[in-house]
Design a protein around this ligand. Sequence first.
Ligand code: GRF
Length: 208
Amino acid sequence: MLNEKAEIRAGVLLSGRGSNFRAIVQHEQAGYFRKLRVVCVASNKAGAPGLAFAADKDIVCLDKCAADFESLADFEQYIVTEMKRLGVDLLILAGYMRIVGKTLLDAWPCAIVNIHPSLLPSFPGLHAHAQTLRYGVKVSGCTVHFVDAGLDSGPIIGQRTVPMLDTDTEETLSQRILEQEHELYSECLKRITEQAWSIRERTVFFDF
Ligand code: GRF
């Protein structure tokens, strides 16, 4: 159980901008977490801008990307080997734009989390904001969930809502949701690392 450990070491996987990664580390630096410590970051894409944020911090930046390997499974094995060497207990996906394969899922059972910019189970997968606008819903938001073998389908840890505006474009909606993502992700990470929880069926229950 994650929350039984005195310190929980986290690795982050991203693909691009990395604003969620930055927000989590900033919360950590501000003393928000009692146990969580981000120890390393990696990207499947070479030169992902988000990696730069690790540069002057005590965070190991893994230097290989998916293109350095013959298959996604080989890239995942590299992540597992390097992150386990650093004692990673929890894998945080922060804008990681690949399906998570069996290699990662087996290495961190019930210990991989993701954030998605919609109220799941609505609008999973790519282009969530465009899907949201096209459907015409009146409320949207973001979801933090455990990762399973499906597409954005794992047990939900937390959600925040954002009202839709008639004037919304993909840009304005994603910006408004992103502000909530930056708070929600750290809030959920705090809960799963500091509180007792369990999953029954597919519902995450917190004991207090
Ligand atoms: C976020 O909207 C997140 O919900 C989604 O990808 C985006 C990543 O943004 N999974 P950033 O790289 O964290 O800025």
